[in-house]
Design a protein around this ligand. Sequence first.
Ligand code: ARG
Length: 432
Amino acid sequence: MSDAKKCVLAYSGGLDTSAIVVWLCEQGFEVHAILVDVGQDEDLQAACDKAIRYGATTAVIRDAKPAMFESLVPTVVGLSATYEGKYRLGTAIARPFIAMEQVKRAQELGGATLVHGATGKGNDQIRFEYAYGALAPQYPVLAPWRVWNFEGRIDLINYLHEKGYEEKFVVEKDYSLDENLWHISVEGGVLEQPNKIVDVPKVMTAVADRFAQGGPENPPQSVEITIENGIPKAVDGVVMSLQNIVALFNRNYRHADWAWDLIVENRMTGIKSRGIYINPAAKLLYVAMDALASSCLAKAAYDQYVHLGQQYGNLVYNGECFSDQSIMLEAAAKAIMGKLNGTIVVQLAPTPYAAQIVASDAIFQESAATFEASDYTHADAAGFINLGWRSAIGKPFVEANHENPVEAAVPASSDVCSEQQHVEGGLVSSAV
Ligand code: ARG
């Protein structure tokens, strides 16, 4: 039995966590590496072997995909949850499950320090440590990036070279990638300079060899997604688990023109960052889910649904999955997701859109929506508006005794806006 302090390191096989293995050994730790399979397309066994070569005492692989796809992803998909209206939460989704597997491994070892390789600048450190705090507050936590003297990745390469390890890493060409079954994020390089034009296809080509090509050459340009209780259940009539649906779409459409987003986001630390997020499955599923929710939920409920998606998105982004708030939001989500049942045809070109929505609980009324004659009484609208404008507007501009209510309501126009243009046929429009 060694006297060394045990630690469980969330190991990825990459530069940072490899340097951490060596550094931890130097600090007198007995290092237990854990490779958590969240669907990253990597040779995990090779990564385990590398951890051992770098000095780890044990290295194990644990599969967190089932837990991720059973407990968190269904609500994320069911609410089309995003952060800041655009980030589909890819990295954030996986972190709590990596932490959970670390905690389980520490328990197997009879207790250990929990170590992660996230830097002091980003969100991941917070997500890891909120999960550690929720699941195992008794275990010490170590975040090497916050305590060692290395300042950047070049320092790490030099350190590993000094220690006799050959670490392949080409600084100027490299981007920071994070991959799981739900998404791939690309950060760093030109993305760190938003005032520079970024040629996304070029970046995608630069990183292409880092993730599997896979997928058919000409995947179908239309998919039929069946949703039950807010959870995708079948594709083109074939029943599949959510995990398999996501895997299928990401494999088929990873290289599609519409598969990515270029986003500037506000990290929890307040630092802004720009990244490319590749998540075609999430895009397709969100399009289908939102079309269904729009069709099935009454206006006020749909507003709440959108709000819930934002709140849940914030929660996941902020790493608060194991929290009281999460229990509350998930209960609300479940209640409303029960109304989302139907089959949506999503056409993929030029970007995914819901071409057909067949929903058992749809409250879309063709008779009301139609521009043609129907049993709807147009005159009913008058009462609605007569009452409605008072509560919506408050004190009318006339009653407020403005000398000229119209002028008071409309800000002074610029010369260009007020200029009247006479167009052929005698119609008058104002140039904007
Ligand atoms: N900015 C995204 C997020 O906070 C992606 C982070 C990617 N993490 C990484 N270690 N490369 O969720």
